[in-house]
Design a protein around this ligand. Structure first.
Ligand code: ASP
Ligand code: MG
Length: 405
């Protein structure tokens, strides 16, 4: 017997027939002799609609009331799925976040889970009931309903799995797993059988939208084994797990990209102590995320400083920089037509030459690299956006990731 948490996303519970289909999947797991808790999202489109209602009344609305409104989507599906399960002869009941309880901090609209008491859910599962839990919501220190940020049901599922010490957390979605890269760009992209937490975290934060980034952080912290799979077929998905569980570790597991990038270059800046602090301090205070940073060596007492931020924050970033440039500089230039492409793999920790393969593959296609940054398990380059597809395809082939034709 295993203890399984299943999570079904919006498209999987998109209409009544799909909810009934989900009920069958839950029953199959129960029939295998397993203890099951289910976490559900709102029916697809519902959360957007609810957000829209709030915005229509007031663009700058009370976040506590926003939470009261948007949390209802998940409540509907949890009740409906419980009814569907009862129709199949199972014992089931719905649970709202506050009933468990799932306590969060007070950041309404993007709250973080503080603690989950798993006692009642475990008791319910042990007595043969299926617990159907509304994802995305909790209860804040002000005793009011809170939500976890868009895509937050993934995080609820992983957190519940940690709290009840589940053997696995199955995240059912509309894709059948995690791919070596975006299959819309590379038709030879392959579904990965397994991927490490560290790699998945990089993939998720670099824009592979399979799992909410926070849910991966949570899985990594509590060592929850997470499987991403489709609710529309019966294929095994991708298991996100510990490195030790992966026998044949590839050098590079995937290639991710992010188009939400913009580059700012400060040209001819006086080279003296405090320059970086004077620029990046105010950016941080303004809550602007800075990603890649490069500073040239200086020979004539001045230097160029380049950094990237997200495209949507470029205008704000520029304003902050201009207001805080207290030292002499020649000019400031910006570029919005850039994309960040990254190769990711825990295998590169112990192998040399991984970056060189990337540089050579890009050079062979005549693609110029603006910025390079590396971490233990990732090499990223910033290139012109027009080369996105070309670069990703070339890298996918260069690292031997293409599926056999
Ligand atoms: N329903 C919420 C959203 O659309 C949470 C989720 O589905 O994960 O963001
Ligand atoms: Mg989702």
């Amino acid at each position: 017997m295993a203890r399984i948490v299943q999570k079904f996303g919006g498209t999987s519970v998109g209409d009544i027939a799909r909810i009934q289909n989900v009920a069958k999947r839950v029953k199959a797991e129960v029939d295998r002799g397993n203890q099951v808790a289910v976490v559900v999202s709102a029916m697809s489109g519902v959360t957007n609609q609810l957000v829209d209602y709030c915005t229509k009344i007031a663009a700058d609305h009370d976040q506590r009331e926003y939470d009261a409104v948007v949390a209802t989507g998940e409540q509907v599906t949890s009740g409906l799925l419980a009814i569907a399960l009862q129709q199949l002869g199972l014992q089931a009941r719905s649970w709202a976040g506050w009933q468990i309880p799932i306590t969060t901090d007070g950041a309404h609209g993007k709250a973080r889970i503080v603690s989950i008491d798993g006692t009642e859910i475990i008791r319910s599962m042990e007595s043969g009931h299926v617990a159907v839990i509304a994802g995305f919501q909790g209860i804040g220190p002000d005793n009011r309903v809170s939500t976890l940020g868009r895509g937050g049901s993934d995080t609820t599922a992983v957190a519940i799995a940690a709290a009840v010490k589940a053997d696995r957390c199955d995240i059912y979605t509309d894709v059948d797993g995690v791919y070596t890269t975006d299959p819309r760009i590379v038709s030879a992209a392959r579904k990965l059988d397994k991927i490490t937490y560290e790699e998945m975290l990089e993939m998720a934060s670099l824009g592979a939208k399979v799992l909410q980034t926070r849910s991966v952080e949570m899985a990594m912290k509590h060592r929850v084994r997470v499987q991403v799979l489709s609710s529309f077929n019966d294929q095994p998905g991708t298991l996100v797990c510990d490195e030790e569980e992966i026998v044949e570790q590839e050098l590079v597991s995937g290639i991710a990209y992010s188009r939400d990038e913009a580059k700012v270059t400060l040209i001819g800046v006086q080279d003296q102590p405090g320059i970086a602090a004077g620029i990046f301090g105010p950016l941080a205070t303004a809550n602007i995320n800075v990603d890649m940073i490069v500073q040239n060596a200086s020979s004539d007492g001045t230097t160029d400083l380049t950094f990237t931020t997200s495209r949507s924050e470029l205008d704000r970033a520029l304003k902050v920089v201009k207001e805080n440039m207290k030292v002499p500089h020649r000019s400031i230039s910006t570029d919005k037509n850039v994309v960040k492409v990254s190769v990711i793999g825990v295998g590169m920790r112990s192998h040399a030459g991984v970056a060189q393969t990337m540089f050579k593959a890009l050079a062979d296609k005549g693609i110029n690299i603006h910025i390079i940054s590396t971490s233990e398990i990732k090499v990223s380059v910033l290139i012109s956006e027009e080369y996105t597809e070309l670069a990703i395809r070339a890298l996918h082939t260069a690292y031997g990731l293409d599926a056999a034709a």
